[in-house]
Design a binder for this molecule. Structure first.
Ligand code: FE2
Ligand code: FE2
Length: 146
């Protein structure tokens, strides 16, 4: 079953760990929700159950993106606007597919691939910025310590 392969491929792995605990937990939860969606498609569950699994993922993603965007604003991340646009486009695209009711393996694969790629590139970008700031702050704290 194509879905099983996809789920295994998206299994939580260290390469996705950004070192920001809440964000990492949310990413893991998003992969888990995609796996759930994928399973409900593969098991031919009733349409309402499949749609509900997608809606759960959408709602969770919107909350996650809001968290990331406020973190990026807090650390004055220079690529904030482009990152925010990428979140918006993703949510728009998912909502458009949900409205057409064409929720199939292809969508589940798209979600998994998009999330993996987004974490490894865009999210990694603000996480690196965040960690650099932490190092600078620690240095400053050390410099002013008695
Ligand atoms: Fe993210
Ligand atoms: Fe992001």
């Amino acid at each position: 079953m194509a879905c099983e392969r996809a789920v295994a491929h998206w299994d939580w792995s260290d390469i996705y760990v950004l070192g920001i605990a809440t964000i990492d937990q949310q990413h893991k939860a998003m992969f888990d929700m995609i796996a759930d969606l994928c399973r409900s498609i593969a098991q031919d569950r009733p349409k309402a159950a499949v749609t509900a699994a997608l809606v759960r993922f959408e709602h969770f993603s919107i909350g996650h993106f809001t968290n990331e965007e406020s973190l990026m604003r807090r650390i004055i991340y220079p690529r904030y606007e482009a990152h925010r646009r990428s979140h918006l486009e993703f949510i728009r695209r998912v909502a458009a597919v949900r409205e057409t009711q064409a929720i199939d393996d292809e969508l589940a694969h798209f979600l998994g691939d998009w999330l993996a790629e987004h974490i490894l590139t865009a999210d990694r970008g603000y996480a690196d910025h965040y960690h650099r700031l932490q190092v600078q702050e620690n240095r400053l704290a050390g410099a002013t310590a008695p």
